[in-house]
Design a protein around this ligand. Structure first.
Ligand code: ASP
Length: 303
């Protein structure tokens, strides 16, 4: 069996802003990414290729906070984070604070596959990108009017920092027909972030984790809390050491541990049996799931 789940962030939309046109656009974007990732699996491709493919579709789609359409930091720039993990051998790659890399998830994968490291930051990561032959893009490539206005409103105190509407991330988890799991996550972080702030998305074990013996997880939400709860790895641990299935493990972390800490957001997770869980404790989480048994769904708010 094969399966894929994706998310487009827990904070991208305020329920009040969800017009029918918005809803259609979000669902269409999610569906494109889902189908692109699923097609890789259907053709016998790996979970890693499927997860990265789905995330790249979302990075290029300006509706989501990753790649084009990423939020704006306090310095007026887009500073992007991404990470990927291959459940076959626990290899992982991550980048943080990159400004000129069109697809941060592609660079994270290159870090995993072509460097001896797991995480590269800022200018060093960009130097590596150039060495790997990636064509740099101007920082304005990521800009959208909506995100510029959000920063302005935040700086004027009209929206509080940390509000869900200022967040968002994209991610994908996949199980391929050979039983391999992979997870990928990419984000612009949080609107108005400063001092080189890094959230959970590029942190292996917090925003991203995959291991063939249990599950693949990609998170979205208020990153500081997700780091403290080591969310993605905690879900794997509950499966390994307490024997929980993927749905119970993800629920325990998102609906109990994170809630106790005060962290809002959610995760997508797929178990090695192909079961998919997509719990969130925020008002909404853009999400979708598809598997070889005929499952197809997308969702935006609570059902
Ligand atoms: N987790 C991301 C961060 O804290 C934001 C999000 O997923 O909404 O950077």
């Amino acid at each position: 069996m094969h399966a894929i789940a994706i998310h487009g962030g827990a904070g991208t939309l305020a329920p009040a802003d969800l017009t029918p046109e918005n809803e259609r656009a979000y669902r269409a974007g999610l569906e494109r990414a889902l189908r692109a990732g699923f097609a890789v699996l259907d053709a016998g491709g790996t979970a890693l290729d499927a997860a990265v493919t789905a995330v790249q579709v979302l990075e290029d789609e300006p509706l989501f906070n990753a790649g084009r359409g990423a939020v704006v930091a306090a310095n007026g720039l887009h500073e992007l984070d991404a990470s990927v993990m291959d459940g076959r051998d626990l290899r992982a790659g991550a980048v943080t604070g990159v400004r000129h890399v069109r697809s941060p998830i592609e660079l994270a994968r290159l870090v995993m596959e072509r460097s001896p490291h797991v995480m590269l930051a800022g200018t060093g990561a960009e130097e590596f990108a150039l060495e790997q032959g990636l064509q740099p893009v101007p920082n304005s490539h990521f800009a959208t009017e909506r995100r510029r206005l959000e920063l302005e409103r935040m700086l004027q105190g009209q929206i509080e920092a940390g509000r869900e509407s200022l967040m968002g991330t994209v991610g994908a988890v996949a199980l391929d027909a050979s039983g391999n799991l992979a997870a990928a996550t990419s984000t612009g972080g949080m609107t108005g972030k400063k001092w080189g702030r890094v959230g959970d998305s590029p942190i292996i074990g917090a925003g991203t984790y995959a291991a063939n013996d249990c599950c693949a997880v990609s998170a979205t939400g208020h990153g500081e809390f997700f780091i403290r709860a080591a969310v993605a790895h905690e879900i794997a641990s509950l499966m390994r050491y307490r024997g929980l299935d993927v749905a119970d493990a993800a629920d325990e972390v998102v609906m109990q541990q994170l809630v106790r800490l005060g962290g809002s957001g959610g995760v997508i997770a797929v178990g090695r049996d192909g079961r998919i869980a997509m719990p969130f404790n925020s008002e909404g989480m853009l999400r979708g799931a598809m598997d070889s048994r005929g499952l197809f769904k997308t969702g935006l708010l609570r059902e």
